[in-house]
Design a protein around this ligand. Sequence first.
Ligand code: SF4
Ligand code: SF4
Length: 112
Amino acid sequence: MAPEQTEPPEQATSPNLSDQPEDDPDQQPRTPPEGRQKKYYCVKFFYEWCKTCSLCAAMCPKKVILLDEEGRPYIDDMDGCIGCRNCEIHCPDFAVTVKDRYPKRRRTNGSA
Ligand code: SF4
Ligand code: SF4
């Protein structure tokens, strides 16, 4: 007696991704929400060393460094700083520092 003929099992096929609609949000690359890519900085002035020359204010491309009535620099709109460090580089008295406001934490593996 001849063995009964059976149909071969149906092969599993991977889905054809090109068939997915292009505007499917699950298939689009994820981008951070608007505003998350901007970097924020913190500019600090050391008034003990500052000689109120106003060079930092003159060198700031975003004009966020203002001068008070005594000529001392200050920043009202810190979010407007782009972190170019012009002020820090050109201060003749090392009286300015520019740092990342939210620095990334360093990864460590437990050793020093
Ligand atoms: S880092 Fe650049 S933008 Fe920020 S305060 Fe200094 S000069 Fe201005
Ligand atoms: S450049 Fe330096 S010394 Fe001159 S005003 Fe700015 S912080 Fe003060």
